[in-house]
Design a protein around this ligand. Structure first.
Ligand code: B12
Length: 200
């Protein structure tokens, strides 16, 4: 059984995850992440609409996930993402998570206010290829440095790529703390994640 939901606004777009795997057409209306991301960037959609579309996408994904697992489709990689300790902003992080999931990554979203210990524990358990961290408050950016240092201390640094982002984060800060990747928005986060894993 496959879900086919036609929607004029997304006509012609099919998630690459499903191409050639029997799901002829998957169009979750405005929930197609590349479409949503581009329309947000271009000022055609606003955050509340993006949040609604993310929820629709999640609901659709929950229905499809068992089918995907059963069909043996290869995902691009596993990504853990969370907002740094002390920081409760999640909109940007969830957008990034949504785009990555839409592009074919398995994403484990740890939510907000994630401690260094929690990041390390989940990296050990889940063995992701990428660890993504978000920070919106200047003071919480430094939590990301602590996580990268803890990865080193735990002998995990060469086992997982790190990506950082959030409004106050810059490429030079990412370089300073030794992160492998930084991007300014969710669309480029997908490109960067693929590049980090050599899947672009
Ligand atoms: C909405 C908002 C809130 C909401 C949060 C809702 C939520 N749960 O997420 C509420 C009202 C709760 C809130 C609370 C606070 N906020 Co606030 N908030 C904002 C606001 C207006 C928008 C943030 C947002 O959602 N942007 C939209 C998203 C889509 O953009 P984004 O987060 O930047 O994400 C994009 C990129 O950065 C990137 N990205 C993000 N994460 C990642 C991760 C990776 C791995 C990658 C690659 C990329 C990436 O991709 C995203 C999508 O394109 C900003 C102002 C601003 N213009 O940024 C202030 C702002 C971030 N808040 C601020 C502050 C100070 C606070 C409070 C401390 C206020 C207070 N005194 O209580 C508290 C935070 C408490 C805490 N402990 O965290 C300050 C931070 C100042 C600073 N530099 O330190 C800001 C900048 C406002 C300001 N000008 O003063 N806030």
């Amino acid at each position: 059984m496959y879900i086919v939901h036609l929607c004029a606004s997304n006509a012609g777009s099919t998630s690459p995850m499903f191409q050639g795997h029997g799901v002829a057409t998957l169009m979750l209306c405005h929930s197609n992440p590349p479409v949503v991301g581009a329309r947000l960037r271009d000022g055609e959609l606003f955050i509340p609409e993006v949040v609604i579309s993310a929820q629709a996408l999640k609901t659709g994904r929950d229905v499809l996930r068992p089918l995907i697992v059963k069909s043996g489709i290869e995902l691009l990689g596993k990504i853990i993402i969370g907002t740094a300790k002390g920081d409760i902003h999640y909109l940007g992080k969830d957008l990034v998570a949504m785009m990555l999931e839409g592009a074919g990554f398995e994403v484990i979203n740890l939510g907000v206010d994630v401690s260094t210990e929690k990041f390390i524990e989940v990296v050990k358990q889940e063995k992701p290829q990428i660890l993504g961290m978000s920070a919106l408050v200047t003071s919480t950016m430094f939590g990301m440095r602590a996580v990268i240092e803890a990865l080193e201390k735990n002998g995990l640094r060469d086992k997982v790529k790190t990506m950082v982002g959030g409004a106050p984060v810059t490429q030079s800060f990412a370089d300073e703390i030794g992160a492998d990747g930084y991007t300014v928005d969710a669309i480029s986060a997908v490109v960067e994640a693929k590049e980090l894993l050599g899947r672009s």
